[in-house]
Design a binder for this molecule. Structure first.
Ligand code: UDB
Ligand code: ZN
Length: 181
């Protein structure tokens, strides 16, 4: 099973690369990897297993976070209406999005980032996505709120983007180059 030691951290090159499309139909190996990623998220949300294996409670995990630069990720969460969003996606993309944005009130974190980074991460409030699923289906889904935020955070990992890249003024606004005299 996947545990925290399998998850690469900031500084690993896989987190800054553009991941490669997964060939369709996916190989047995790619499917098994994605299944294990989904299983990690489920385990991490099980209080007993999380405690036993010291797992941070995760809602999404992208292949580059395992050092695998392929376009696939898993998400597993329930929204405010208690609807379950549990998916393994291959080659996910956003085909339409709202102009309106949203954000998590407390900012975002990341399983690959072992520090708190303060700041608001703007995300599209509503997205329409297309992907191939673990069940070999092409899907087109509309997501909003938290599921949409998780999808965008994971899609960013496939493009080498970290959440703090999107925090406005994250590059310290007080940090100024010394003028050359
Ligand atoms: C997470 N979890 O899994 F708003 F019920 C984060 C960690 C890094 C804190 C474990 C999380 O944000 N959970 C959460 C958020 C809510 C309500 C709730 C649970 N990730 C996944 C990750 O790093 N994937 O690469 C970070 C999230 C930040 C925004 C979306 C993904
Ligand atoms: Zn992340």
């Amino acid at each position: 099973m996947i545990t925290m030691k399998d998850i690469v951290r900031e500084g690993h090159p896989a987190l800054r690369q553009t991941a490669e499309e997964v060939q369709m139909p996916p190989s047995q190996e790619d499917k098994e990897t994605l299944e294990k990623m989904l299983e990690f998220l489920q385990n991490s949300q099980d209080p007993e297993l999380a405690e036993k294996y010291k797992l941070r409670s995760g809602v999404g995990l992208a292949a580059p976070q395992l050092g695998i630069t392929k376009r696939m990720f898993a998400m597993h969460l329930t929204d405010e209406k208690d609807d379950l969003y549990s998916y393994g996606f291959f080659n996910p993309k956003i085909v339409r999005h709202s102009v309106e944005t949203t954000h998590l009130e407390g900012g975002e974190g990341c399983l690959s980032v072992d520090r708190e980074v303060p700041g608001i991460v703007p995300r599209y409030k509503r997205i329409t996505i297309e992907a191939e699923t673990l069940e070999n289906e092409s899907v087109r889904l509309r997501l909003r709120g938290l599921p949409a935020i998780v999808f965008q955070h994971e899609l960013d990992h496939l493009n080498g983007i970290m959440f703090y890249d999107r925090i406005e003024g994250y590059e310290d606004p007080y940090k100024k180059e010394l003028p050359t005299l």
